[in-house]
Design a binder for this molecule. Structure first.
Ligand code: AMP
Length: 253
């Protein structure tokens, strides 16, 4: 069984994100980039399926600029067998939206014919939480999002999903799309020997234009602003003062 894993290059989660002065987006120049954390979980799950003898090949795929090869190399060091970069030009990369990525991933799925596609539940840069759902719709495949457990057997996958009220377990037939939640697994670290081996693993580069899909943006960003600063807190002398403030000022009790 072939497993395709989507890997997005995003701002590293440790970086304090700064909004550009013209409010057109966030500052990306000289900022540390990394693999989207939910995609690390997706790669880990695919590699575990391979180690369990269920998957035969794990293919990592990223859509974006040439730099995305860095995150694909990381996926290869974590255990993916090969990688595909769907390269977009600078203007397209700047405004590559979920629908466009879903269309590019669909075109690659048509070629590669995987049985399972694993994506992160959301990318931590735009928090869209859309690509997996859109991909499943475009492919006409079943989907199980927010997975905290994935079992593959007998041409089906049984997925435990994290939902508001608790957990839901779905059984869906393959081929299918699964998106990862935080508790699915704990990704391993890439070891130095595996980082070295990853340099020799195959990486195909496809130009997005070769896939013949329309990736023009459908949404316009009007402006990006920083969240409002939190007001400083105050100290109260005793419980009576706290209760009085909650009652008369905050009006929450
Ligand atoms: P989003 O819908 O943007 O929140 O992203 C959800 C997931 O879709 C991510 O965790 C990735 O697995 C995948 N994805 C989104 N954008 C890309 C991209 N440019 N290249 C590869 N995978 C992506």
């Amino acid at each position: 069984m072939k497993v395709l894993v989507a890997v997005k290059r995003v701002i590293d989660y440790n970086v304090k994100v700064r909004v550009k002065a013209d409010q057109s987006g966030v500052e990306l120049a000289n900022v540390k980039m990394a693999m989207n954390p939910f995609d690390e979980i997706a790669v880990e799950e695919a590699v575990r399926l391979k180690e369990a003898g269920i998957a035969t090949e794990v293919v990592a795929i990223s859509c974006g600029a040439t730099h995305c090869q860095e995150q694909l190399r990381t996926a290869l060091a974590l255990g993916a067998d090969r990688a595909i970069l769907v390269e977009t030009d600078a203007a397209q990369t700047e405004n590559l939206q979920s629908l466009a990525v879903a269309k590019l991933l669909k075109a690659v799925c048509d070629k590669e014919q995987p049985q399972l596609v694993i994506l992160g539940k959301q990318a931590i840069d735009d928090d869209a939480n859309q690509t997996g759902q859109m991909l499943a719709a475009l492919l006409g495949w079943p989907q199980a999002t927010f997975a905290s457990k994935v079992v593959v057997a007998d041409g089906k996958t049984t997925v435990t999903r994290e939902i508001d009220g608790g957990l839901e377990t779905l059984s869906i037939r393959l081929p299918a799309v699964v998106t990862t939640d935080l508790r699915l697994n704990e990704p391993r670290y890439a070891t130095l020997p595996n980082i070295m081996k990853a340099k020799k693993k195959p990486m195909d580069v496809l130009k997005s234009a070769e896939l013949g899909v329309d990736i023009a943006p459908r949404l316009a960003t009007l402006k990006v602003v920083e969240p409002a600063k939190r007001q400083a807190g105050i100290k109260v002398a005793d419980v009576a003062e706290l209760v009085a403030k909650l009652k008369n000022e905050a009006k929450v009790i």
